[in-house]
Design a binder for this molecule. Structure first.
Ligand SMILES: Cc1ncc(COP(=O)(O)O)c(C=O)c1O
Length: 457
């Protein structure tokens, strides 16, 4: 299949917007990846790369992980989806509950968007309140999509987003909105003390205001030390959303939390899907988590990520490249450049040396010292080229500078200068105005009157 044929049958040629050519360096990056093994991927021409986007953070142990393959092989010839549950489903729930104590009970789903939507619905059902405060990216579903610029077709809801770390605004919104829940990514690209403050204060404020606290650990889960941000910083949310890495890229997600809150699912709150207990995902998750719970696994991921970050920052500093930095905790880092053209030239030069970068780097268990050393050498070479072409990086790029992803548009990161501003395709001012208006207006969502159910603890 050629790319020219892909775009005839798939909008923009993709299923996942982060895979679009326009968010890479179109004209330089390959269009397809056709194979993966460990930390390597191969494009349609057989060229091998060291992979750092790692399937948008889903592949945390490396591609083609043998213990997961074996677990899948063991079930695949005996049927993988039945009309009654399989005991392995309970086994996985018990495993997760033992490792993440706030998740007393849970329901399995297939995508991170589902896990967040389910958490929001459960919180609304439990509290009898409608408004939601959110922070970060939580997928494509209705309740969150209405807060983004790409929101055509979404019904507006009473959902307000706060910037990560803006405790003052969070407190004000909790007072004014009296929301059912505050859902936040525990961290995006911040420092450890900032994260600890954000998590602990969010917990305190939510408790004071009777709002449920939801941690969307779709990205932070299974790559943070002690497995999750909540474990590492010892902050207990009321509900947790998991996905991405929980089965190392086999579709699996989960919403779970306080037993009394989750109990609404036994009453009139509906969350159910045909594939929730699909055995391929369940056994893959058991096999993945069994490897991830070994402390050496995540320690290795952090070590590799830290080496990559330090090396980048040291070279950028030695070249005195203004506005060039690698930010974030070791398992999830992000390169900052003054413009997309600078960043794209850096990516393109690394790609030529066999190192595949994207909007976020996710170090994995499969990256070893040699892989990271190779990446560091490529980065050093690429930064030199960027420095040489500082005034006009686009002139030597050989392709189109990468556009930002929706995540980057909606998520304000660290308090560093914003590197570039992306204009949404549509009339953004009108849309943003519309969003602001809808956020300011009381919810027009139909349903139970607010406050008619349980009170949060
Ligand atoms: C923090 C977070 N939550 C939710 C999602 C949505 O997950 P999915 O794309 O599996 O629906 C993502 C996806 O990138 C994410 O990063």
């Amino acid at each position: 299949m050629q790319w020219s044929d892909m775009i005839k049958v798939l909008p923009e040629g993709v299923n996942t917007l982060s895979k679009r050519p326009s968010v890479h360096v179109e004209g330089v990056y390959p269009k397809f990846i056709i194979k993966g093994d460990g930390c390597n991927v191969w494009d349609e021409n057989g060229k091998k790369y060291i992979d750092f986007p790692c399937s948008l953070g889903a592949v945390v142990l490396g591609h083609n992980n043998e213990p997961i393959n074996k677990a899948i092989r063991d079930v695949i010839t005996k049927g993988t989806l039945f009309s009654l549950e399989h005991p392995k489903v309970g086994e996985l729930a018990e495993l997760i509950s033992g490792l993440i104590p706030s998740m007393e009970t849970m329901r399995f789903l297939k995508t991170g968007s589902e896990s967040c939507s389910a958490a929001v619905r459960i919180a609304r059902a439990f509290t009898g309140r409608d408004p939601i405060i959110c922070c970060g990216y939580h997928g494509w579903h209705e309740w969150i999509n209405c807060t983004t610029p790409k929101n055509a077709g979404s019904v507006q809801q009473d959902v307000t987003s706060v910037e990560w770390g803006d405790l003052k605004n969070l407190e004000r919104l909790l007072e004014v909105k009296k929301p059912a829940a505050f859902i936040t990514e525990p961290y995006i690209y911040a420092t450890e003390p900032e994260i600890e403050k954000w998590l602990k204060e969010s917990r305190r404020l939510c408790t004071v205001h009777g709002t449920l606290l939801i941690f969307d650990e779709n990205v932070t889960g299974f790559r943070t030390k002690k497995l999750t941000a909540q474990n590492y910083w010892n902050v207990k949310p009321d509900l947790t959303c998991l996905g991405k890495a929980m089965a190392n890229g086999i579709p699996m997600a989960c919403v779970g939390g306080r037993r009394d809150v989750m109990k609404v699912l036994e009453d009139d709150c509906f969350v159910s899907s045909t594939f929730g207990g699909d055995l391929i995902g369940i056994v893959a998750a058991i096999a993945a988590i069994t490897q991830l719970k070994q402390s050496a696994t995540i320690a290795h991921i952090w070590q590799m990520g830290a080496k990559l970050k330090t090396s980048f920052n040291n070279v950028a500093k030695s070249f005195i490249l203004e506005g060039v930095r690698c930010i974030g905790l070791p398992p999830r880092t992000h390169f900052l450049f003054p413009t997309s053209a600078h960043k794209s030239l850096f990516w393109a030069e690394c790609l030529k040396k066999g190192v595949f970068f994207g909007h976020a780097q996710f170090a994995s268990f499969a990256h070893n010292q040699f892989d990271v050393d190779t990446a560091c050498a490529a980065m050093s070479h690429a930064l030199k080229i960027v420095m040489k072409n500082w005034k006009d990086p686009e002139a030597v790029l050989g392709g189109k500078p990468a556009a930002e992803t929706l995540r980057t548009i909606t998520v304000p990161a660290e308090k560093v200068p914003v590197v570039e501003k992306v204009e949404p395709k549509k009339d953004s001012d009108k849309l943003v105005g519309q969003i602001a208006k809808n956020v300011a207006e009381p919810s027009k969502r139909r349903g139970r009157p607010a406050g008619s159910r349980n009170k949060p603890k």
